[in-house]
Design a protein around this ligand. Sequence first.
Ligand SMILES: [Zn+2]
Length: 240
Amino acid sequence: MEMNEPDRFLSRRQEKDLLKAANAVARTEFANPRREGCPDSETLNRLARRRLSLEESGDLTDHIATCSPCFIEYSRYRAVYKRGIRAAYVLASAAAVLLVAVVISRNFPRGIPATPPTTVARAPVPTGQAIPRVLDLRMRGVSRSDTPNGPAEGNPPRLPREQMLLSILLPIGSEEGVYDVALVSSSGQPIRTATGTSKLQDFVQVLPVTFDLSGLSPGRYELHIRRAQTPWNTYSLLLE
Ligand SMILES: [Zn+2]
């Protein structure tokens, strides 16, 4: 059966009694130069650190109270132990203060931040030249590369031959992710490639890519689009 915490170690009353006895002992009333019947240093140390059960410490306290050498030794261990606790407490407090200081300095940076936010140029965007365009493929029939002329390809979407920031509205059911886009000529030659990450906007996957279609001949092309390593989907496209 487990004993309650206050009963396990030296009680406050026992300690008081011990300290009271100390005065008497200090007068070397109980000098015991030969240390007869004395507990060993380890036991005294454990008692000072409250590492002995009440049963173990019962007779010990009686002895210490009546043995000057033991009491002096015990007092020394006790003092060291209490200093240790105080030091640990001071250290813990200092650590807490330091932690608070770090948190504050991180949340309230003064002057120039240590690590300025790096702006990563995702793609070369020639400002003032690229024109935002939207290519709506939501209702376009998806056909595999081997059958590029599906039933929905009769009236292909049109794009001007210029530099553009193209927002491709992907077909319904498309998944979010990184997409490869390639503009392929009628001879099957990829002439422009781009990569973009689609984002869901108002229930539509919008894939932004930068395309420079200036300098290309007008006519029919194919736009190949694939997500990650999935097969390509092909759409007809008319450059004007
Ligand atoms: Zn003793």
